[in-house]
Design a protein around this ligand. Structure first.
Ligand code: SAH
Ligand code: SF4
Ligand code: F3S
Length: 458
């Protein structure tokens, strides 16, 4: 093995970034790189960055400094910054961090292999950001899937169906760092799904910043909606469960809502970011819906599917948010009774509209609101988890549990981790199998269970 091909990669941010890291690992793996556990062993260090909040961006600066010294012992060491901060700050990063060799934006990952080879030859520090056709990405993806051997017996995978975002919510940097919205062609997506199914993947998580506005064009120039695409994906043999993120409340269609009733393979889980319960704040955020409309969707879903798990994202302390606005968020959180919520303090992002808004909320107020929201949600989540005790849930077995080697672990349809003692007939409980598990206990971050015969959705 070539001793100069040890790769260390660090990933921050959302599933989109995690998916990009998967692609980087496969592509550089094909070029002979092996992943190492610690940065000090590496000949190539990559940091896949996120810039959605100030704190996320700072993770880059607090991490990267320590790699500078490694170059003294290993002059051949190559350091690259990928992801959303790379796209956002680009050439400034190269100026500011003299020990960094390459900046590779979100749309240039398919070129990474050749970018690194060229750098090793020329030693010219460079920035690769900006546009690249979506077709290049699609071709790259299918080549990677063809070559993927799944030697570890992984049973679930993520698949990006679109890129970018056109919504320009006033707080959000994503459209600036991921570009405008583009949908992949249905044929290319389905080719990837079939490829993954052949490699033993049972559960798919489809990714897009706003999957409800998916509008792929097929070979005969017809527009395919997200619901139509989902139906086609669910028809692929071997795929047993399909999830997706993220849905924008303004674009969720009745067809999609109805699909939860007719498509068994669709996981009974919907992530529907609310952001705020105040109409004034929602308008200033540019979200395109009112709290009442949001609740109409939630009520429709809860009535049709009492077993559906609903999760959300909320921002506290958006500019101009008063105590009264915030109390509207708390009431809607109670009313919607989400299974869980990702909550964030508003963070000013360079170049976004809301950064310029007057009435920025002081940090201590944001902190206090976040704590109140999180403690309310903690109670709701605990109640929801306890309510599952005694029911049988359908679990995709993923393998040995982290808790103990005597336990197996899997995920419920609602994406909760469940651990259960390895049954005596363990051969029926291999990774990749769907089984009914009786929930016996609700722990803080997971469920405990026991294997049973019968299975039904959670
Ligand atoms: N496309 C997805 C989410 C992308 S970012 C959607 O529209 O739902 C994930 C979450 O980060 C957002 O839902 C939002 O809650 C949060 N977020 C985005 N920008 C933020 C900012 N400037 N400050 C705090 N939270 C932010
Ligand atoms: Fe950001 Fe809004 Fe686009 Fe989501 S929909 S990525 S929050 S701009
Ligand atoms: Fe972060 Fe980029 Fe995702 S900014 S949240 S990694 S799209």
């Amino acid at each position: 093995m070539d001793s100069k091909k040890n790769l260390f990669i660090e990933t921050f941010g959302c599933q989109m970034n995690a998916n990009d890291t998967e692609k980087i690992l496969l592509s550089l793996g094909n070029a002979g790189y092996v992943t190492v556990e610690t940065a000090v062993e590496a000949d190539l260090i990559l940091i896949n960055t996120c810039s959605v909040r100030d704190k996320a961006e700072h993770k880059l600066y607090s991490t990267i400094g320590r790699y500078k010294a490694f170059k003294k012992n290993n002059p051949e060491l190559v350091i690259g910054i990928c992801g959303c901060v790379a796209e956002q700050v680009a050439s400034n990063l190269l100026k500011r961090l003299q020990f960094v060799d390459l900046i590779i934006g979100t749309k240039n990952i398919h070129k990474l292999q050749s970018i690194i080879e060229d750098y090793k030859r020329t030693k010219i520090r460079r920035t690769f950001t900006g546009q690249a056709p979506i077709e290049d990405d699609e071709e790259f993806n299918s080549t990677l899937i063809e070559g993927f051997t799944n030697s570890k017996g992984v049973v679930k995978a993520t698949l990006s169906i679109m890129r970018g975002c056109d919504n320009y919510c006033t707080y959000c940097i994503v459209p600036y760092v991921r570009g405008s919205e583009e949908s992949r062609s249905p044929e290319s997506i389905l080719g990837d799904v079939e490829g993954l199914a052949k490699k033993g993947i049972k559960e798919l998580m489809l990714l897009g910043q706003n999957v409800n506005s998916y509008a792929g064009i097929n070979k005969i120039s017809e527009k395919i909606s997200f619901t139509e695409l989902l139906k086609k994906i669910c028809n692929v043999r071997g795929i047993g469960r399909v999830r997706f993120v993220t849905s924008h409340p303004k674009d969720i269609s009745d067809e999609l809502i109805m699909l939860f009733g007719s498509e068994d393979k669709l996981a009974r889980h919907l992530h529907l970011p609310l952001q705020s319960g105040s109409d004034k704040v929602l308008e200033a955020m540019g979200r395109g819906y009112k709290s009442k409309e949001y609740m109409t969707t939630i009520n429709k879903l809860r009535t049709l599917y009492p077993d559906l798990s609903l999760t959300s994202d909320i921002i506290v302390g958006f500019p101009g948010e008063t105590e009264e606005d915030f109390s509207k968020t708390l009431s809607i959180v109670k009313e919607a009774s989400f299974e869980s919520v990702f909550s964030f303090k508003y963070s000013q992002r360079p170049g976004t509209k809301a950064t310029e808004f007057a009435d920025q909320v002081p940090e201590d107020v944001k902190k206090e609101r976040l704590e109140r929201l999180q403690s309310l949600q903690k109670e709701i989540t605990a109640e929801k988890n306890h309510a599952l005790v005694g029911s049988v849930v359908e679990v995709l077995i993923e393998g040995r549990s982290k808790v103990s080697s005597e336990f197996l672990s899997g995920r419920t349809e609602c994406n909760r981790v469940i651990n259960f003692p390895k049954p005596s007939d363990a051969t029926f409980f291999e990774a990749g199998v769907f089984k009914g598990i009786l929930v016996t206990e609700a722990c803080k971050n997971s469920l405990r269970g026991k294997a049973v015969e019968r299975s039904q959705p959670c």
